[in-house]
Design a protein around this ligand. Structure first.
Ligand code: HEC
Ligand code: HEC
Ligand code: HEC
Ligand code: HEC
Ligand code: HEC
Length: 415
């Protein structure tokens, strides 16, 4: 703008009438300001077209020269660098700035020049794996904000230490582990991903599969979770969240208090502490399609085959003599130990002993208690679990069988 104004003044014929010294000083001023504006414009244009990696490449060049001498510095890469993962149809240009990844001797250099920690790359050479499979971020971008793109609802943010800080998670690289698990989901355990391993352990221990199908196995009281990480953020209601409004926060909050999201849900409150809820949420978020060529999928597919004991425990829960207590969701709060029914929450007493325990506790027989319950069970049976009279009698019949088995096992263990 100033540039055109200056030219306009020069062309103004009335300016000719002004005399001598005054005129030339004004002109000089005008020309100077015009030149200044021109320079600013040129700089802006240069800044637009000059790539964001250039300053880092120059710095890298200087760093290599300092440490390894001019010869190696002369051979440092310049210009756009990229790793093309042909079969996966991906291009990662992160190495345009992160030039030291595969170098030794730059461990203490500043980002983005640093040598990469070696452990993760031992099993995943960068030529084959690139960066974004593990780190997230936008592989094709060459400018900082775009490459590290932080997107509120978990699209492809860089899963960096800032993210852990935002969510107050101690492990700097917690979120990265969700990405490990998109490839390693069928591993029972993955070395280097302890948080994910913890989450998987909880899924087995808490019996999520009693109500949810996961990888084709499980019950159908709740929704199938096999691809829960694929669900779009718009499908969730964030109005109850007091923390960051993201899908991840939703998962954590829901796990810690399912009833605050759906008052009549039978999903139990497992009393999860924050670390455990985070671990579970990370695993849930990792359950998404990767559509990867086979060479990117580690080892045998479906390696998380349950141990024979676990398979048997699950079968008993779903098909055994006590399945009534699973189908009617009593097991959310009660073990029926002698029938193999295990509750993750153990909110109520073990129903294997109800025959003897109910009279002690309520001063009447189990039959009478079930027909007209008091206390918590009055609420449960009027609000949450509707049983017909036949079903109540069936429950009593099964609790009597359970009690017999319980007594048998007691005498056996006394022998
Ligand atoms: C334009 C240059 C540039 C590009 C392109 C770039 N980075 Fe960075 N990266 C940096 C700089 C500078 C830092 C250090 C400052 C910071 O953390 O923002 C950094 C830091 C990081 C860190 C450490 C963050 C932390 O929490 O300690 C990771 C991880 C990372 N980058 C990964 C990537 C990945 C993956 C890509 C490709 C998708 C990428 N970067 C692309 C410049 C870049
Ligand atoms: C197999 C997964 C994997 C791949 C592939 C991978 N990284 Fe990493 N990266 C990690 C892990 C895990 C860490 C954290 C390691 C640690 O601190 O123990 C990490 C750490 C980093 C850091 C921070 C280092 C520090 O000292 O703070 C940067 C920067 C980084 N990676 C960039 C990249 C770039 C650029 C690429 C691609 C050339 C890449 N990574 C490829 C898993 C990976
Ligand atoms: C793009 C998919 C992918 C990602 C992401 C990925 N891995 Fe791997 N990982 C593989 C493949 C493929 C192998 C090679 C397995 C083989 O040779 O059978 C492997 C091997 C391994 C191994 C060697 C033992 C084994 O299971 O074969 C470990 C440990 C490992 N990965 C841990 C991790 C960790 C930790 C992360 C995250 C930082 C990660 N991986 C991210 C695909 C991936
Ligand atoms: C007693 C049955 C039951 C058990 C056990 C159970 N859930 Fe649920 N779950 C439900 C029901 C019913 C819903 C749907 C209503 C709701 O959102 O609470 C649900 C919903 C969910 C959702 C939301 C799905 C979506 O649409 O996004 C997730 C995630 C979830 N459960 C995870 C888990 C995990 C992880 C465990 C184990 C730690 C678990 N559930 C154990 C019954 C159960
Ligand atoms: C939401 C949790 C919850 C669910 C679901 C639940 N109960 Fe209970 N139940 C309790 C609690 C807690 C008690 C302990 C008594 C009390 O606090 O009033 C109890 C007590 C009982 C008792 C008395 C046991 C004794 O030893 O005194 C019986 C019998 C019983 N429940 C049967 C059932 C049956 C059958 C179902 C399924 C149809 C069921 N409960 C579902 C929470 C639950």
């Amino acid at each position: 703008m100033g540039f055109f104004l200056a030219l306009g003044s020069v062309a103004d014929p009335s300016a000719q009438d002004l005399g001598g010294f005054e005129l030339s000083r004004d002109r000089l001023l005008l020309w100077c300001s015009a030149l200044l504006v021109l320079l600013v414009c040129a700089f802006v244009v240069w800044d637009e077209v000059s790539p964001g990696y250039l300053p880092y490449q120059k710095e890298f060049h200087r760093l290599v020269e300092d440490r390894f001498g001019p010869e190696r510095a002369a051979a440092t890469p310049m210009g756009l660098q990229q790793i093309w993962l042909e079969s996966a149809d991906r291009v990662d240009r992160c190495v345009s700035c992160h030039l030291g990844v595969t170098w030794e001797g730059l461990e203490d250099a500043e980002q983005p020049m640093t040598s990469h920690p070696s452990a993760p790359l031992e099993n995943h050479p960068v030529e084959k794996f690139g960066c974004t499979f593990c780190h997230g971020g936008q592989g094709y971008a060459t400018e900082l904000p775009a490459a590290h793109g932080w997107v509120a609802h978990w699209e492809e943010p860089l899963l960096d230490s800032q993210l852990s800080e935002d969510y107050r998670i101690q492990n700097k690289w917690a979120f990265l582990q969700a990405n490990c698990n998109t490839c390693h989901r069928f591993d029972r355990e993955t070395e280097g991903a302890p948080i994910v391993n913890r989450g998987k352990q909880l899924i087995r221990d808490k019996g999520c599969r009693a109500c949810h199908i996961i990888d084709g196995r499980g019950g159908s009281i709740g929704p199938d979770l096999t691809r829960v990480g694929e669900k779009s953020p718009e499908q969730y209601d964030y109005s109850r969240l007091t923390s960051i409004q993201s899908l991840y926060s939703w998962q954590v909050a829901h796990l810690q208090n399912p009833k605050s999201f759906a008052a009549d849900t039978v999903m139990p409150d497992f009393g999860l502490n924050t670390a455990d809820a985070n671990a579970l949420a990370l695993v849930l978020m990792s359950w998404r399609d990767q559509d990867l060529p086979a060479e990117y999928l580690p080892g045998a597919i479906l390696r998380d085959i349950p141990t024979p004991e676990e398979a048997e425990r699950e079968r008993i829960m779903r098909e055994g003599e006590g399945r009534f207590f699973v189908e009617k969701t009593c097991f959310v709060c009660h073990d029926v130990s002698s029938l193999g029914i295990v509750s993750a929450t153990k909110i109520g007493p073990d129903l294997a002993q109800a025959v003897a325990d109910a009279p002690r506790r309520f001063g009447r027989t189990l039959d009478s208690f079930m027909m007209e319950p008091t206390g918590t069970m009055a609420v449960v049976l009027s609000k949450q679990i509707k049983l017909t009279d036949e079903e109540k009698l069936e429950a009593v019949r099964l609790m009597k069988i359970a009690y017999e088995k319980y007594q048998e096992s007691q005498t056996e263990s006394e022998d």
